[in-house]
Design a binder for this molecule. Structure first.
Ligand SMILES: [Ca+2]
Ligand SMILES: [Ca+2]
Length: 437
């Protein structure tokens, strides 16, 4: 009698378990069909990993919503980087659905980087390709530190890519390289030329945190690059813009909504953060300044002022024309919410050049400076957050980049960016360099 009771009770329990399993299965089916109804994110933007907040020069506590510098990169978390190391020389990016080779090998020319993809059999896969500039930029992280190009000191440096998953090295003396010479190749060629006549490829420098167009030829021969190969998610980097007709543009590929118009005037970095946070447009008030990876997602690398007489952006967007430093029609640089830090300070923030990426180049024959498109429209560089551009009449340092300080802005909303009001404790820095005997 006793054991019959137990058996009956057990049977009842099993029935309940089976019933709940069936309900669980039904819920999964419902969730799957709902996924089909809502647009699929095919171009998931990975966050920059910037976790600290900065003012115009240094790290600060996370600012409150009504205070200056609110709305910067660290305060919107987004899709945090997540990788899986397969232990066979390949790494999967769990956000983008892209699989990568882990080791870029030796530097090689662009032609050899292209030719190497179909020959690559790493991990037993035969469908590797050289990444587009948008695919390659998905790996960049902005907890990196921009080195002084002349420095040889590798202490305290941190690259702009996760070195636990990707083999990274700073410039090697064996190539005659500077510390910062760690440029990675992409399959994206510039639709114009740099330095007046150089065929140019966009690459990412994971040593100093920039996109630049690199001339394929140098006076010494073909320029060489590191190359990672990628496979999977053929939709990555392809926008699906829809003009909502109310001043907003939705990119169904990324899930981000953008303002159709830009700020129409240039401003400092702090002003750009506040402009976006205070914007009321299309019936939305939760606009923010995009981080640099979100902003790069709307670059159209097939367009540029020279090739299409337009900004480097899909024509669904409006872009305010400007006059460059010599009075030629061009398009602006656009601020991101991302600081570009070096060992000394956080005085710079990252921008995308939606017009020519100009620099002052000294012509050794005439000993005069010429204003040239040195890096190509679609580059990512950085500018001082505040100050007077007139202090930099011939650009800055070995990068030769022109300095504008006042740049344009475009606002974004949506995605998975919840505001974040607290962060890690501020890093204390020694007041002066440690004394060395
Ligand atoms: Ca962020
Ligand atoms: Ca707001």
């Amino acid at each position: 009698m006793h054991s019959l009771l137990v058996r009956t009770a057990m049977f009842a329990c099993l029935l309940i378990v089976f019933a709940s399993l069936r309900i669980g299965a039904a819920e999964e089916v419902n969730a799957a069909s709902q996924d089909k109804a809502t647009p699929e994110i095919t171009y998931s933007i990975v966050d920059t990993s910037q976790k600290r907040c900065y003012n115009n020069s240094k790290e600060i506590e996370y600012p409150a919503p009504d205070r200056g510098f609110f709305g910067q990169d660290a305060q919107y978390r987004g899709n945090q980087p997540a990788y899986q190391d397969h232990g066979d020389g390949t790494v999967s990016d769990l956000n983008t659905g892209l699989m990568w080779t882990q080791d870029p090998g030796d530097k090689k020319s662009f032609a050899k980087a292209v030719a190497g993809a179909p020959k690559c059999k790493i991990g037993g896969h035969a469908d590797w390709r050289l990444p587009s500039i948008k695919e390659l930029y998905s790996l960049i992280l902005f907890n990196g530190i921009d080195p002084d190009p002349k420095s040889r000191n590798r202490d305290e440096l941190r690259p702009f890519i996760n070195p636990k998953f990707f083999k990274f090295q700073y410039g090697q003396a064996k190539y005659g390289d500077r510390l910062i010479d760690s440029q990675f190749a992409s399959s994206t060629l510039y639709s114009s030329v740099t330095m007046l006549n150089n065929q140019t490829m966009f690459g990412v420098n994971f040593a100093d945190g920039r996109i630049k167009g690199y001339g394929l030829m140098t006076p010494k021969g073909e320029k060489t690059f590191y190359a990672l190969y990628v496979r999977g998610n053929p939709e990555y980097g392809k926008n699906k813009f829809v003009d909502n007709g109310d001043g907003t543009i939705l990119d169904h590929a990324t899930g981000l909504m953008w303002t159709k118009a830009d700020s129409g005037e240039t401003m400092t970095w702090g002003q750009a953060l506040a402009w976006a946070e205070n914007l009321d447009s299309g019936g939305y008030s939760d606009w923010r300044l995009p981080n640099i990876k979100e902003l790069q997602s709307i670059v159209d690398y097939s367009r540029c002022p020279d090739a299409t007489k337009s900004a480097t952006i899909d024509p669904v967007f409006e872009a305010t024309a400007i006059e460059d430093e010599e009075g030629n029609q061009d398009y602006a640089y656009y601020w991101s919410s991302t600081s570009h830090c070096n060992l000394q300070d956080a005085r710079n923030a990252a921008y995308i050049a939606f017009g020519r990426a100009l620099g002052w180049v000294l012509d050794l024959r005439t000993n005069k400076y010429r204003l040239l498109d040195v890096h190509g429209a679609g580059s990512q560089r950085s500018d001082p957050k505040t100050g007077e551009a007139s202090q930099f009449p011939r650009g800055r340092g070995p990068q030769e980049d022109i300095i504008r300080i006042k740049n344009m802005a475009r606002a974004v909303r949506g995605g998975v960016a919840e505001p974040c009001l607290t962060g890690p404790a501020i890093k204390k820095k020694p007041q002066s360099p440690p004394w060395r005997p």
